[in-house]
Design a protein around this ligand. Structure first.
Ligand SMILES: *Cc1c(COP(=O)(O)O)cnc(C)c1O
Length: 450
């Protein structure tokens, strides 16, 4: 099998050359094509004899790659873009060629050690105790689900006689919370947000207390606060909600998939006060911490609860059950895992945390400039002063179809990727700025088309 012949050798050179070019040059934006268009170009790529590495690579580089939008393009501002650093991207090549197993200490001690140091950095920024710990999972969706499963195990141990389990979250919470509630077959109690989109401690406490007086056999096992909503970047009142949750013995989970990255930016750090009360939190390094897909940091205040909730027991796994060893598999809904936190760790280790704070501040500054450009634009109306790095605005006089047409043309012209979103039932546009390569000039170029 390990036959590194001259053909593989030359393929290796080609792959490295392609990867380096991709990293060095400004990436093209590109865009989707239909299955028919792609089939017309490449046909059936799975054949009995195989295409050979050179040909298969050509199929990818000359056709398939061009049908994938570069999520790290400086004018990709939709959803939440990605902006992996050169270091994290390069190290992903090492992870890919090292056959690391990231599920157990026995197999991946060195990798797990490094991942845990990267988790510790986040945990310390949040002000969690030294006993806190967790694991990198695939994304915020799995992170939120895993935290909520642990929260319910904790509540079940304390309150065995409960008719119905309930998780509370704000009306502005991410769709993955509803999805987790459905998977877990628990009820979702929606806490009304203020006009500004914030869940306050007062609203949370009042809604919960009314609900429980009307449903005395139910129990609220967790509340999810959002630290940076995906649409507008709004942060719930973590301090108050955390306090009210602790008073009621309700697990306090903070979904910071996008926003908690900004814990490392001193200018906005106070917005997250109260995060130190969290029983669990998530943040996606693949969103705003300059790491490639797919990596979500999931951290528990007391990881022993998560371990009781998530450890899989099987005869073939017993050999891994050493209480003194940290097995990442035991802390989420998964077993086999790649050491997906390593590209993030490498970038953090190589660049240092100061560089991270500076890159973060740069994106925050560009967001503030972008907001000013929107305020100054005759056709635009800013929806919300950006707290973090999401700038949401309306084009005066446009309906949904106008927004769609503009967005399609912006991509077709290869200027940028900005899809319409909605706020309070009205269509709008938003820039999510997480890429230090995105400059004021990029923003101005897009705004000039509005
Ligand atoms: C993106 C996001 C999620 C989901 O994360 P994935 O990594 O896409 O699964 C959850 N919550 C918030 C607030 C997010 O922004």
């Amino acid at each position: 099998m390990h036959e590194f012949n001259s053909e593989v050798e030359s393929l290796a050179q080609e792959i490295l050359a392609y990867s380096l070019k991709r990293l060095k040059d400004n990436p093209p934006l590109d865009g989707p094509q239909t299955p028919e268009e792609l089939f017309a170009k490449v046909g059936n790529t799975i054949t009995v004899d195989g295409l050979g590495g050179h040909e298969a690579l050509k199929v990818f580089t000359d056709t398939l790659a061009l049908a994938c939008i570069s999520t790290d393009h400086p004018r990709y501002l939709s959803f939440i873009p990605s902006a992996p650093s050169e270091h994290s991207n390069l190290f992903d090549l090492v992870v890919g060629s090292s056959a690391l197993y990231g599920g157990s200490w026995l197999e991946g001690a060195g990798a797990v050690f490094a991942e845990n140091q990267a988790l510790r950095w986040i945990s310390d920024l949040a002000g969690l105790p030294q006993s806190a710990g967790g694991v990198f999972v695939q994304g915020g969706t799995i992170g939120n689900l895993s935290a909520l499963v642990a929260a319910r195990v904790y509540a079940r141990e304390k309150y065995p006689e409960v008719a119905r389990w309930v998780v509370a979250c704000s009306s502005e919470a991410h769709s993955s919370i509803k999805s987790a509630a459905d998977i877990m077959d628990v009820l979702l109690l929606i806490i009304p947000a203020t006009a500004d989109g914030v869940m306050t401690g007062e609203n949370f406490a009042a809604t919960v207390d009314v609900y429980l007086s009307e449903n005395p056999t139910h129990r609220i096992f967790a509340v999810v606060a959002t630290a940076g909503t995906t649409n507008l970047g709004i942060i719930d009142d973590l301090n108050e909600v955390g306090q009210e949750a602790i008073k009621r013995n309700i697990w306090f989970h903070v979904d910071g998939a996008y926003g908690l990255a900004a814990l490392c930016a001193p200018t906005v750090r106070p917005l997250f006060n109260g995060i130190e009360r969290a029983d669990s939190l998530i943040v996606d390094p693949h969103k705003w911490l300059f790491a490639p897909f797919d990596a979500c940091a999931l951290i528990y205040r007391d990881p022993t609860v998560a371990k009781r909730a998530h450890t899989q027991h099987a005869s073939y796994l017993e050999t891994l059950e050493d209480p003194n060893e940290w097995n990442p598999s035991d802390y989420a809904v998964h077993l086999t895992r790649r050491a997906r936190g390593l590209p993030f760790w490498f970038s953090l280790a190589a660049n240092g945390t100061r560089e991270y704070s500076e890159a973060m501040q740069q994106t925050l500054d560009v967001a503030q400039h972008a907001a000013q450009l929107v305020r100054d634009h005759p056709n635009l109306e800013l929806i919300h002063d950006p707290l973090l790095s999401i700038v949401a605005f309306k084009r005066i006089g446009w309906n949904t179809a106008d927004y769609e047409r503009w967005s399609d043309k912006l991509l077709a012209d290869q200027i940028g990727f900005v899809v319409p979103s909605a706020h309070k039932g009205e269509p709008m546009l938003r820039f999510a700025i997480v890429n230090p390569w995105t400059t004021e000039k990029d923003i101005a170029e897009i705004l000039a088309t509005l």
